[in-house]
Design a protein around this ligand. Structure first.
Ligand SMILES: [Zn+2]
Ligand SMILES: [Zn+2]
Length: 367
């Protein structure tokens, strides 16, 4: 499977290249509109979170890369998540050579979103025997045409959407008079063009193993627990828990940005985080943002509880969606805006309106 071309995989799925539609920009959970940095040498900061365990905290790019987690075992290296493109996972691999020269023997995908697995192929090409593990639902989502913002069919959707995005960037560059902003836009254009080239030559390497229930791996002297705790950010979130090191990698079910809910289950998200809270850990490697202490879980979960409560009340008061977005956004700002706006992307005001809409549709209307 790892050596198949994208079109072979799609043909196998009976989808061919026809399953494309124009993307709403909001469907791209992690697109960065501007101000991406130009230097491309090191894409990650490697931060030690335990003995032989590192968080790979992604630098901001025009096309977002997720964070990774690197776990060194006696038998080889295990990497959690592989970012938005093979060149990013290759960059992490180059960086982790300073930590270990052992081969990458396993890749674990936390969920099916494009920015967490599209780099799998670089590990599959350096080690054809690499095992790529995900939850069973994530493994299935990888080949569904309509699972959401990820999976093999979503590669075609990104390719179809990019030419318009490139034209928009070119037009914005023409209009921009500020030299610094122009330079940023030019960098974005260059990054978007190379992203398109990478997508076109992608040989997707979807998971080779799906796990339906919580599973423990005994890997070269380490215990790695893979927890299936319920639906949250997607229907297939996997939590990677190291009980000895007291570290958990959460994917986007727990991030240091505002949550992206389009493929999510907001009410179940709360119960899933409550189940996660029962594990004994001190450090969180979130899907996006920086390493966080366990206390971040209560803050992030609290946002869901308060948001659902506020949207339900506003709906009972017969507010329109637009009224709700303004009112609820302002109402929760004192508690959440600062903590949810620590980075140039994924900030409170960027996403609260979209979150209110998702709660209204998924919880109030039960669409
Ligand atoms: Zn993500
Ligand atoms: Zn995601």
């Amino acid at each position: 499977m790892a050596t198949w071309t994208r079109r072979q995989v799609l043909a196998q799925m009976g989808l061919a290249a026809a399953a494309v539609h124009t993307l709403d920009p909001h469907e791209l959970c992690c697109t960065v509109a501007a101000h991406a940095q130009t230097a491309d040498k090191d894409l990650f900061d490697l931060k030690k979170v335990g003995d032989g365990v590192y968080a790979a905290i992604a630098h901001q790019r025009y096309k977002t890369n997720c964070n990774g987690t690197v776990i060194v075992t006696d038998d080889g290296v295990i990497v959690v998540d592989s970012h938005s493109k093979p060149s990013a996972s290759k960059a992490l691999y180059a960086q982790l050579q300073e930590i270990s020269k052992k081969p990458v023997i396993k890749v674990i995908n936390t969920h099916f979103h494009w920015d967490h697995w599209q780099g799998n192929e670089s590990y599959a090409s350096t080690n054809p025997k690499v095992e790529i593990i995900a939850s069973q639902n994530t493994k299935e989502n990888m080949t569904k045409p309509d699972a959401g913002v990820g999976g093999v069919p979503f590669i075609e959707k990104q390719i179809a959407a990019l030419p318009a995005e490139l034209e928009k960037l070119k037009a914005d560059i023409q209009k921009e008079s500020d030299p610094a902003k122009k330079k940023n836009l030019e960098s974005n254009l260059q990054q978007a063009e190379s992203f398109l080239q990478e997508l076109k030559s992608m040989k997707p390497a979807p998971p080779t193993r799906g796990i339906a229930t919580t599973t423990t791996l005994k890997e070269g002297g380490r215990e790695i627990q893979l927890h299936v705790l319920g639906r949250a950010h997607t229907n297939g979130d996997l939590f990677i828990y190291l009980p000895k090191e007291k570290v958990v990698a959460t994917g986007d079910a727990l991030i240091d940005w505002m949550p992206f809910m389009n493929d999510g289950y907001p009410e179940e998200w709360i119960t899933t985080l409550t189940a996660l809270d029962k594990l004994d850990f001190t450090s969180i490697v979130p899907g996006h943002g920086d390493v966080r202490p366990k206390s971040h879980l209560a803050f992030f979960r609290g946002y869901f509880v308060d948001l659902i409560d506020a949207v339900k009340k506003a709906a009972a008061d017969k507010a329109t969606l637009a009224e709700m977005q303004t009112k609820v956004g302002d109402q929760l700002a004192s508690k959440y805006e600062a903590g949810m706006s620590k980075y140039p992307v994924g900030r409170y005001r960027d996403r609260v309106g979209q979150n209110v809409e998702m709660i209204y549709k998924k919880v109030v209307q039960k669409a």
